[in-house]
Design a protein around this ligand. Structure first.
Ligand code: ADP
Ligand code: MG
Length: 318
């Protein structure tokens, strides 16, 4: 049975390319670039709560980092360094090899260094802390939305929740649809480059981790504004086509978590720039509504009638 230190050396100790000191000492050392602020965030994944028991380790390694990169994207920050605190029920080397491959494959794509962490025995729990950089004064906040701003969403919504609904037997998907929706749930693509390019353009931003309606409400509360959104304009995952289950689609699109798209607001005068940005990045960017004075989220159906928005995901409500 390998020791804790052998496991760390084998699966998590990689040379740090951009940290002054990485894995191996009592702390890592990093130096942000001149004129940069540090953005720091942490996210925890628990077996049985955030992922199903027996989840594929490679996908889990990807997702554990992806959700953290998504938080950097929402701040307009460039992710640089990560710390991994992991509790493992056993020293399962096949599992560790898959998990670390999934994690490092994504880390390498974004030039993120794993610079430290902690490894212990216990129920499978993965907590990653991410550090990123953003030029002084250019971070994106939830609090900046202003009446008259447009509300924008990247990519497509509801696919991850649809995959979950199919896996729990609430709906049936074709093999091809299950596969592509499943990728949205297991292998979300963090919108890092979009977040960076929205610096100086977006007035507020958040990543959609708990569902569109709930996450938009966070922006509205922080910004002390309201919004009007057109349901028909919300970008829906293509896997809903042909399902003919409006109720399920609405639940997944409005309240389904785990999509990791960006929701942002911007002045109307930025429309052209944002459309050009989406085309440049090859990411669909949909203008779905407008910020208003007040504190209400009004959601309109295709006929212009108000709809119920549902709530976002709340870990303590279920
Ligand atoms: P200490 O007891 O001083 O906290 P540890 O024995 O926990 O040190 O860790 C030794 C080194 O390995 C430290 O640099 C720590 O950051 C790193 N480390 C431990 N676990 C992990 C992990 N899962 N991923 C990356 N680095 C890790
Ligand atoms: Mg330690």
């Amino acid at each position: 049975m390998p020791s804790e230190f052998e496991l760390i050396a084998r699966y998590f100790d990689r040379p740090a390319r951009s940290a002054l000191l990485g894995v191996g000492d009592d702390a890592a050392l990093v130096r942000p670039g001149p004129g940069m602020e540090l953005a720091v965030s942490t996210d925890m994944l628990l077996e049985g709560r955030h992922f199903a028991p027996g989840a594929e380790p490679r996908a889990l390694g990807h997702k554990a980092l992806a959700v953290n990169l998504s938080d950097m994207a929402a701040m307009g920050a460039t992710p640089r360094w990560a710390l991994l605190a992991i509790a493992l029920p056993a020293a399962d080397e096949t599992w560790l090899a898959g998990f670390s491959q999934g994690l490092f494959a994504l880390a390498d794509r974004f030039a993120v260094d794993l610079i430290g962490g902690d490894t212990t025995r216990g129920p499978l729990t993965i907590a990653i802390t991410i550090l990123g950089e953003v030029p002084d004064g250019l971070a994106l906040f939830r609090a900046g939305a202003r009446p008259g701003d447009d509300v924008w969403v990247s990519g497509a919504l509801g696919g991850a929740a649809l995959a979950l609904a199919a896996r729990s037997g609430r709906t049936r998907l074709s093999a091809a649809q299950a596969e592509s929706a499943g990728r949205r749930l297991d292998a979300p693509e963090p919108r890092v480059e979009l977040g960076e390019r929205l610096r100086g353009i977006a007035t507020s931003a958040i990543d959609i981790s708990d569902g569109f309606a709930g996450d938009l409400r966070h922006v509205l509360e922080r910004s002390a504004v309201g919004a009007m959104v057109h349901y028909a304009r919300l970008p829906k995952a293509p896997e809903f086509a042909g399902l003919a289950d409006d109720r399920l689609e609405r639940d997944c699109v409005l309240s389904g978590g785990d999509d990791y798209e960006l929701l942002f607001t911007a002045a109307q005068s930025s429309r052209g720039e944002i459309e050009a940005l989406g085309a440049d990045l090859g990411i669909a960017l949909a203008r779905v509504g407008a910020i208003q004075t007040g504190d209400k989220l009004v959601l309109l159906d295709a006929g212009g009638a108000p709809m119920d928005c549902g709530g976002g995901y709340d870990h303590f409500a279920s």
